[in-house]
Structure formats: structure tokens, C-alpha cells
Design a protein around this ligand. Structure first.
Ligand SMILES: Nc1ncnc2c1ncn2[C@@H]1O[C@H](COP(=O)(O)OP(=O)(O)OP(=O)(O)O)[C@@H](O)[C@H]1O
Ligand SMILES: [Mg+2]
Length: 339
């Protein structure tokens, strides 16, 4: 992609933990495994995968909140890899975050006006009057009545709190937002309002987004492209349409429809879910794969493009597609059965 805003090259990330409390042996827990990805300007990129596969770790790496190996370049600026407190103000103005729990993200002691004004104060933007005018404009943009600015966080509903979080993230006019499970804690109708707000902001401001979610239908509705993550690796990457309606990787097919048994296989899905460490050898999904072959435990497959020539890329990391065989028409998937 030529006009990429976020370029991720060979991103790996390892957490240091201890086996038994503070006196236990130190363990290195690898989480992200050489991720290479580009997200375009104004693109909404969806990231899905089961709990613990590393989605938040990828988002936090982009936000510069954790240390990592590899490179992350945002709008031409290379991020400092040491993580924590290394984030420059220039990068903070380009990339902001909206997290799952809006209550935990907002200071309960402060008024909504103070919270919305805070990013401008930190970055020394505008006079007091200008900042207040921008807070009023933001309240309008996020669909909150001006009267809310004197309220405190406990006086708002969950959906209103999330709107304030989105407002805080937008105050610096970023080009990109990491939305990590931003609607998961909200009920369906309020969640839908927040999704519509994201869509509206994307259309009016050209806002790009890393949209992390467990809900594949929401990701399909929101995103231009979808990346499917398993054990810290991207195992499938393509347009929302391609991944949702023509999933190729056995894991994506199971994720889309756990009851779906891939064609030609009557072996049920077996094996342990993500146990924290990714495999060092072979395909990471081999223990659970209903379509595994004899050599899948030995050879680690790379990402190959399976889209017919002339169509948008659709990449899959699976031995079944290693020769780059183009997909033959729509694949038989749970999606098609369900639609
Ligand atoms: N600060 C940390 N220290 C040690 N291990 C961590 C830390 N943060 C996350 N992990 C581990 O890294 C792995 C990936 O975590 P991450 O939060 O990125 O997953 P996730 O895909 O966002 O999961 P979920 O969908 O449940 O939010 C997990 O096994 C988790 O236990
Ligand atoms: Mg997470």
C-alpha cells in the first residue's frame, strides 16, 4: 500500500513475568511474532482473534505503551522502541486510543469540560477561551448536550462516558485511533450508536482506525480490511468482504462459525486453546486444526496471497495454500450457510 499511515515491520514483543510471585524464576513470554502490516490513511483495519492472542499488545505497541522489537513508523515518524514514556508529543497528536472501559479511563474527580480540555492543556494549545470553544464544539460532535460539561463522570451513562473518551481522543485531531474493544462493555443499542459515531468521524474527518473486537459481525460492518490473529501472528489478512464471506484459514472458519466443520473433514476441533507461548516450530494452529497434514508440525507456513490476480490481496498463513493457489469461487463456510 503506497499511502500507508501506520507501517509495522517485523514487530515482536515479549513480556517478562515470574512463575511464582515476586520470588519466582523470571520467564520471558513471547506474545507478538514478527508482525508486518500496513494501515492506510483513513482506513479502518479490524483485528480479531481469541482472547490472549495479542490484539491489545499490538494496539499498545502502536500507542508506544509497551516495549517491542521491530519498527513502527507513523506518518513517517519512527517510534522509540523502548516503550513506556518514550512517546513523543508529535506522535501523541497523530495517534490516540479509546479503550474498553470508559469508566476506568476517565478521572472521576473532574468535570467533563476539564477532561475534554486536558489534552489541549498538556500540549499547550490555544488560550483558555479557545480551548473552551473547542470543548463546546467537541461536545456537539460527540452528541452530548452542552449542559453535560459541568457534570462529573459518575453522572453519565456508560455510552455517554464512552462518547467523552472518544471526545478526549479527538481533541488533538489525531489521524489514527486505536479502538480496543471500545463497544464491548456497552449494550447493543448504545454500542450501535458509538459505532455510528465512529463511522461518522471516519467519514467527516478521514480518521483511520485499528478496530479491535471479538465480534466479527461488528468488524465486518465497520472495517475495510480484517486481520485475523492467532498466537501473536496474523494468520489471515484481506478485505472485510473477502475474510468474512470467503474465510480460508481453518482458524478463521472456526472463529466465524464454531459449529462449522470444514469441507472434507469430520475431525472435531481439538486441543488446548492459546496457552500464552507460541510454538517455536511448525504452524501455531496445528494442535487444534481439523485440516492438519503430516508436515504441519514441522514447517511454519508464511503468508501467501490467494486472491485471483487483479483482485485485492487476501493473504493466508496455512500449508493448504502454500503454493499460492487462487481461491476457486466462494468457499463453503459457516457464513454462507448462516446468511
Ligand atoms: N503486562 C503483561 N505482562 C505479562 N504478560 C502479559 C501482559 N499483558 C498481556 N500479557 C499476556 O500476553 C498475552 C496477550 O495479551 P493481550 O492482552 O495482548 O491479548 P488480547 O488478544 O488483547 O486478549 P483479550 O481479547 O482477552 O483482550 C496474554 O497471554 C497475556 O496474559
Ligand atoms: Mg485485549
Amino acid at each position: 500500500m503506497s499511502d500507508a499511515l501506520v507501517v509495522i515491520k517485523n514487530l515482536s514483543n515479549t513480556y517478562r513475568t515470574r512463575a511464582y510471585g515476586v520470588f519466582g524464576r523470571e520467564l520471558m513470554q513471547p506474545v507478538l511474532d514478527h508482525i508486518t502490516l500496513e494501515i492506510g490513511r483513513g482506513e479502518i483495519f479490524g483485528l480479531v482473534g481469541e482472547s490472549g492472542c495479542g490484539k491489545t499488545s499490538l494496539g499498545n505497541s502502536i500507542l508506544g505503551l509497551i516495549a517491542y522489537e521491530g519498527d513502527i513508523i507513523i506518518d513517517g515518524l519512527r517510534q522509540n522502541r523502548r516503550g513506556r514514556l518514550s512517546r513523543s508529543k508529535a506522535l501523541a497528536r497523530k495517534v490516540q486510543a479509546v479503550f474498553q472501559d470508559p469508566g476506568a479511563a476517565l478521572n472521576p474527580a473532574k468535570t467533563i469540560r476539564w477532561l475534554l480540555e486536558e489534552p489541549l492543556r498538556i500540549h499547550g494549545i490555544g488560550t483558555k477561551q479557545e480551548r473552551i470553544a473547542r470543548v463546546d464544539a467537541m461536545l456537539h460532535r460527540i452528541g452530548l448536550d452542552p449542559g453535560y460539561k459541568t457534570r462529573r463522570v459518575y453522572e453519565l451513562s456508560g455510552g455517554q462516558k464512552q462518547r467523552v473518551c472518544i471526545g478526549c481522543a479527538l481533541m488533538l485531531e489525531p489521524q489514527f485511533i486505536v479502538a480496543d474493544e471500545a463497544v464491548s462493555s456497552l449494550d447493543v443499542s448504545v454500542g450501535a450508536q458509538i459505532l455510528n459515531l465512529f463511522q461518522e468521524l471516519h467519514q467527516s474527518l478521514g480518521l483511520g482506525m485499528l478496530f479491535i473486537s471479538h465480534n466479527l459481525q461488528v468488524v465486518y460492518y465497520m472495517c475495510h480490511r480484517i486481520g485475523v490473529m492467532y498466537k501473536g501472528q496474523i494468520v489471515e489478512l484481506g478485505t472485510a468482504q473477502g475474510v468474512y464471506f470467503h474465510p480460508a484459514h481453518p482458524y478463521t472458519r472456526i472463529l466465524l462459525d464454531p459449529a462449522c466443520e470444514p469441507a472434507g473433514s469430520d475431525t472435531p476441533v481439538q486441543g488446548p486453546p492459546w496457552a500464552g507461548l507460541y510454538r517455536q516450530e511448525g504452524c501455531g494452529f496445528v494442535e487444534r486444526c481439523p485440516r492438519k497434514r503430516a508436515d504441519c508440525g514441522k514447517n511454519a507456513p508464511g503468508l501467501v496471497n490467494i486472491a485471483p490476480s487483479g483482485e485485492a490481496p487476501h493473504q493466508v498463513r496455512c500449508a493448504l495454500f502454500q503454493d499460492g493457489i487462487p481461491m476457486q469461487g466462494p468457499s463453503k463456510s459457516g457464513r454462507e450457510l448462516a446468511v
